[in-house]
Write a protein that binds this ligand. Structure first.
Ligand code: FAD
Length: 485
């Protein structure tokens, strides 16, 4: 098979994939010859990707300035408010280990070993993520993780952090970033390298001209989301089993819940913005109460502030951002959600953003003498197809979560998939596991997933019992798959 751009780059076989445009020649020469210790990297956004990137660059000798719009999360006051959590999996953990933060982050996580499905009648069913007890995803607080990264960044002598400061624009010609601290005059800072880690609404992306029609698309989902808190019981215990990701799948919509360290759960309702049912219909307390009591009856007694949360918390929007160009002028790059926001149904947005950082780190470490223009070109050649693949898989997974998980045929195919993994572990690892417990590039996972789905379809057709599976047919089919790893 053809080596991926990353493999070609690491083995020195990939030359410039794209000529950097219009950047003053002197800049490119400078970036080709200067040692990292002389280079100043400015990072717009001190969120998850930006803070991790700052650590990775500073450790490699760069002088780093991070400009973050929000208040400093290291102070408890700024971090207060709703607890929002995320599913952290292997790709994110690997990137955190590069920054030496894996163990610290793990202390803040709660293992989720499978999905716990809630029926309309209040019945529950557990669907494990893997047959290997060491494979599970973890719930972690978003502000808690961001705080951990910023605390480490704040202690690093090469990193300067600016909070309450919005990046307004970039002048690529003069290599200057304009930013404005709240209530103060506009300031300017020069850069040698610029990174846009400023999220889905990236100001850097717009300033660098990466939003033109031919390279950029933003596709909004017709579904939104609402976060609701399920507090700990009066006894202090979790209100539901805490070792699972809870799902109330209801066909065109769903409620999910992830556990928090304070024994609460953060629940999220994903629902059409305009539909029957839809957010447009849930306009008054009576309608909301009736909707929850009919659809999620076992959750209602555990949501004491349902009305307050429903009408107090915003309805969030979801979308997919794809850019076919992430770099400009040989000295600037967008990454994380700024380059590839995805819908949250595979729990991979942050994991993919962190993987951007770990791939960049491994490119820097493997070829320390490589010029930045070349490195950035190789980086985007490697990452863009993978970001597009997880964007597709995340959209598909919404249907799996809100609908298919409740379907017996789906549950049966999933069981057979886990059995195939046990029997043929070097050829068949289910797609969910390849995404969440491995670091096989997303694009390869997507291709393997299609082949696996076809095999499962063939093996499980008109069967409902694992004893009916023809294992010699299974072996023949699985042996047609390439070896993994
Ligand atoms: P962000 O986290 O958006 O950070 C960008 C930072 O830039 C912010 O701190 C922002 O304040 C700052 N900023 C913005 N504009 C400016 C400016 N002009 N100047 C300076 N600073 C600026 N991912 C997972 O891996 N697992 C999950 O389970 C998961 N669940 C999710 C659930 C929901 C409901 C949603 C919406 C997303 C979920 N995600 C999940 C996705 C994840 O939140 C994002 O992919 C991740 O936060 C991307 O990190 P980032 O640093 O690129 O962007």
């Amino acid at each position: 098979a053809r080596a991926s751009p990353l493999v070609q780059f690491l083995s020195g076989r990939l030359s410039l994939c794209r000529t950097p445009q219009a950047g003053p020649k002197s800049i490119l020469n400078r970036l080709s010859t200067m040692k990292s210790t002389n280079l100043h990297a400015v990072i717009a956004g001190g969120g998850l990707a930006g803070a991790l990137l700052a650590l990775v660059l500073a450790e490699r000798g760069y002088k780093v300035t991070v400009i973050e719009k929000r208040a400093d999360l290291r102070s408890e006051a700024a971090a207060g408010g709703r607890s929002i959590n995320l599913a952290l999996s292997e790709r994110g953990l690997h990137a955190l280990s590069i920054a030496g933060l894996r163990n610290e982050a793990l202390k803040q996580t709660i293992p989720m070993r499978g999905r716990l499905i809630h029926g309309v009648d209040g019945s529950t069913k557990r669907l494990p993520y893997s047959s290997d007890p060491n494979e599970f995803i973890r719930s972690i607080s978003r502000p808690g993780l961001n705080r951990l990264l910023l605390q480490a960044a704040g202690k690093h002598p090469h990193i300067s952090l600016y909070f309450n400061s919005s990046v307004l624009s970039v002048s690529p010609g003069t290599q200057v970033v304009e930013f404005q601290p709240d209530g103060e005059p506009i300031q300017r800072v020069e850069y040698d390298l610029l990174f846009g880690a400023d999220g889905a609404g990236s100001a850097v992306r717009a300033s660098l001209g990466l939003e033109s029609k031919d390279v950029f698309s933003r596709e909004m989902l017709e579904h939104g989301y609402k976060e609701l808190e399920m507090p700990a019981l009066e006894s202090g215990d979790f209100a539901m089993p805490h070792d699972a990701l809870h799902i109330w799948p209801r066909g065109t919509y769903m409620l999910i819940a992830l556990p928090n360290l304070d024994n609460s759960f953060t629940c999220t309702l994903f629902l059409p913005l305009d539909g029957d049912p839809g957010f447009n219909q849930l306009n008054d307390p009576g309608t909301v109460q009736a909707f929850f009591e009919t659809q999620f009856p076992d959750a209602v007694p555990l949501l004491p502030n349902l009305q307050g949360d429903f009408f107090g918390n915003p309805t969030g929007m979801l979308g997919t951002i794809r850019c076919s160009s992430w770099t400009q002028f040989g000295n600037s790059l967008i990454l994380g959600d700024a380059a590839h926001a995805v819908v949250p149904f595979f729990g991979q947005g942050m994991n993919c953003a962190f993987e951007d950082v770990s791939v960049l780190a491994s490119m820097l470490d493997s070829n320390p003498e490589t010029a930045w223009p070349e490195l950035l070109s190789a980086f985007e050649a490697e990452r863009i197809p993978n970001a597009n693949a997880i964007a597709d898989m995340a959209l598909e997974n919404y249907i799996e979560m809100r609908d298919l998980v409740a379907d017996e045929g789906f549950q049966f195919r999933r069981r057979v998939g886990l059995e195939l993994e046990q029997r043929f572990p070097d050829r068949f690892i289910p797609r969910y596991s390849l995404v969440s417990f491995n670091r096989v590039p997303y694009q390869e996972v997507q291709e393997m997933g299609r082949a696996q789905a076809a095999i499962l379809e063939q093996l499980c057709a008109s069967k409902s019992n694992i004893e009916e599976i023809n294992w010699s047919q299974a072996e023949n089919l699985v042996l047609s798959l390439p070896l993994i790893g």
